[in-house]
Design a protein around this ligand. Structure first.
Ligand SMILES: C[S@@+](CC[C@H](N)C(=O)[O-])C[C@H]1O[C@@H](n2cnc3c(N)ncnc32)[C@H](O)[C@@H]1O
Length: 275
C-alpha cells in the first residue's frame, strides 16, 4: 500500500526550498562502500527522490542516475531543477515496483523515504534490480535537530526546540511507529546480506538562517499533518517558536544564521555475488 503524502504543490515547494541533503562526506561513505564491495558506477536509482536534492548529488559519480517517486508534484519540481544530462526522473512510480530489469542497478538509495514504503516489498524489489555487488543505501535523519550559537544560549534555544518537537509529536504518523531509528535498525537486521553496515548517529552540522530551520521543521510530515488539521494553530505554533528563538538570540531578523546539528542514521548493504 502506498501512503500518499508529499502530494500537495505547496508541500513540494516547501520541500524544495528547505529540505537538506546528505553532506558530501556522508555521500562519500556510501560511494566508498560501493567501491569497497567491487560495485560499478553505471546506474544509481534514488527511490522516493522527492524534489531531487539527493538525486543531484549522485549525478557526478554515476554514468546515469534515475530518480523515482510516487508524487507528481515532487517529480515536477525535481524535473525543473535537473540540469545535469545524466539525470532522468522516471514517471510516477511506486518504490515497490521499480521500472528496471533484473540485476541492472549498481546503487539504490532512499533518502528520508524508506519509512514510507511497504518495506518488505521494497527490499524484495531492491534485491531483484541490484546487480551482484550492487549496494543499497537507506539514509534518514531525525526531527530532534539541535541548534547551537556562539554566544552561550544553545541550552535555551534547545529548550524551545524540544517544546516545538513535543507539540508536533501527536501529529506523527502512526505508520512511523515510535522511533524511525528502530525501524531502520530492524530492517538492517532483516537484510540477509553478509556485507552490511549500520551507522546509528552521524552528526551533520549546517549553518542556515533561522527561517530555513523553521522551514525545515515545517517540511516534516508531522507539521504538515497539523497544518492540514488546523492551519491557524500550525502557523501560530511556528510563529511563536520563531519569535522565542529570536528573542533568546537577541536578534530581530529570522534571517540571522544559526548552526543546526542534524542527526543522520543510515544503513548500507551489498547484494552478494551468489544470491
Ligand atoms: C520525506 S520525502 C524525501 C524526499 C527526498 N528523498 C529527500 O531526501 O528530501 C519522502 C518521499 O517519498 C515518496 N514516497 C512515499 N512513499 C512512496 C512509495 N511507496 N513509492 C515511491 N515514493 C514514495 C514521497 O512522495 C516523498 O517524495
Amino acid at each position: 500500500m502506498t501512503h500518499r503524502l508529499y502530494e500537495g504543490k505547496a508541500h513540494a515547494a516547501t520541500y524544495w526550498k528547505y529540505r537538506i541533503s546528505p553532506s558530501d562526506h556522508l555521500m562519500q561513505q556510501v560511494l566508498d562502500f560501493l567501491q569497497k564491495q567491487g560495485g560499478e558506477f553505471e546506474l544509481a536509482v534514488d527511490v522516493g527522490c522527492g524534489s531531487g536534492q539527493g538525486t543531484l548529488l549522485l549525478a557526478k559519480h554515476f554514468a546515469s542516475v534515475v530518480g523515482t517517486d510516487v508524487s507528481p508534484a515532487q517529480l515536477e519540481l525535481a524535473l525543473q531543477h535537473a540540469h545535469k544530462p545524466n539525470i532522468t526522473y522516471s514517471r510516477q512510480c511506486v518504490a515497490e515496483e521499480l521500472p528496471f530489469t533484473d540485476s541492472s542497478v549498481d546503487l539504490v538509495t532512499a533518502m528520508s523515504a524508506f519509512h514510507w514504503f511497504d518495506r518488505p516489498r521494497f527490499l524484495q524489489e531492491v534485491h531483484r534490480v541490484l546487480k551482484p555487488r550492487g549496494c543499497l543505501a537507506l539514509l534518514n535523519y531525525t526531527l530532534n535537530m539541535e541548534l547551537s550559537s556562539s554566544d552561550g544560549c544553545s541550552d535555551a534555544l534547545n529548550h524551545i526546540c524540544r517544546e516545538f518537537y513535543a507539540a508536533l509529536r501527536p501529529f506523527r504518523s502512526p505508520l512511523l511507529g515510535q522511533s524511525s531509528i528502530e525501524m531502520y535498525r530492524e530492517a538492517f537486521e532483516l537484510i540477509p546480506y553478509p556485507e552490511k553496515e549500520w551507522h546509528g548517529c552521524v552528526l551533520n552540522t549546517q549553518l542556515m538562517p533561522l527561517s530555513s530551520y523553521m522551514g525545515l521543521v515545517e517540511s516534516f510530515s508531522c507539521y504538515q499533518a497539523l497544518l492540514k488539521q488546523d492551519p491557524q494553530r500550525a502557523h501560530k505554533l511556528s510563529q511563536d517558536i520563531c519569535q522565542r528563538l529570536m528573542s533568546v538570540m537577541k536578534v530581530s531578523s529570522a534571517e540571522t544564521e544559526v548552526m543546526v546539528d542534524v542527526k543522520y542514521f543510515y544503513l548500507l548493504a551489498c547484494k552478494p555475488e551468489e544470491a
